[in-house]
Design a protein around this ligand. Sequence first.
Ligand code: 4AZ
Length: 253
Amino acid sequence: MRISYLFLLLLLFSTMTVLDANRIVNGVPIDIREAPWQVSIQKYGFHFCGGSILSSQIIVTAAHCLINMDAKTLSIRAGSRFWKNGGQVMKVAKIKAHDGFSPKKYLNDIALMRLARPLKLGPLAQKIELPTSVPSDGSGASVSGWGLLKAESRERPTILQAVKLRIMDYRKCQKTKYGQNGYLISRQMICASLNSNDACQGDSGGPLVSRKRLVGIVSWGKGCASLGFPGVYTNVAYYLKWISTEIKKLTNC
Ligand code: 4AZ
């Protein structure tokens, strides 16, 4: 009797491990305390992109998330591992996408949002520091979000997922299948991959973090976790000047 229970338990755990292998692409569900800078950007209450808290009233995300969007229809949820409930929901007052964003090449895929009211910062909702320099090739990093668990399935998680990656320098990234297939990886971008770990659709705009600094913004990629095509991120260190200038403009109006 006892042995058969043990067997059933073992069977249960082994199937759980198999199912776990399918998270974010290969990630694990996390507590919001592990990524308290993460927010969900929502239109009419539905999650469509990720973002990161830079200050109580400023969120950074990808420009492609906000193209043709009206701030009036947008809100963010902070301080919760569930995009649907908990934490703090705040309306968006103003959005500013980089003027040089090109939908064709995905250059300058960065945008800021000013919230209607400041967030209450604490252990569950915290700002992330900006980098001081471009992270070096091979640095450990992690990406989080509520995006698809697999490119092919339409499975969307309700709980925030995160996965570990390694930074890949843009020159090295240009030499992957991207270069061989006519894609341009510019120095305003940074890549990251590790085994079959990756960000996917719906993770866009979210944080790539290395040593507690926001080094990248989920931007694009050919598929998700597809061999030879790392995830491509906006290289945040390249935009420090743009970020500080635009934050000043957003705060003074
Ligand atoms: C997307 O469609 C997307 N594998 C985001 C990230 C990646 C691929 C696609 C990276 O928003």
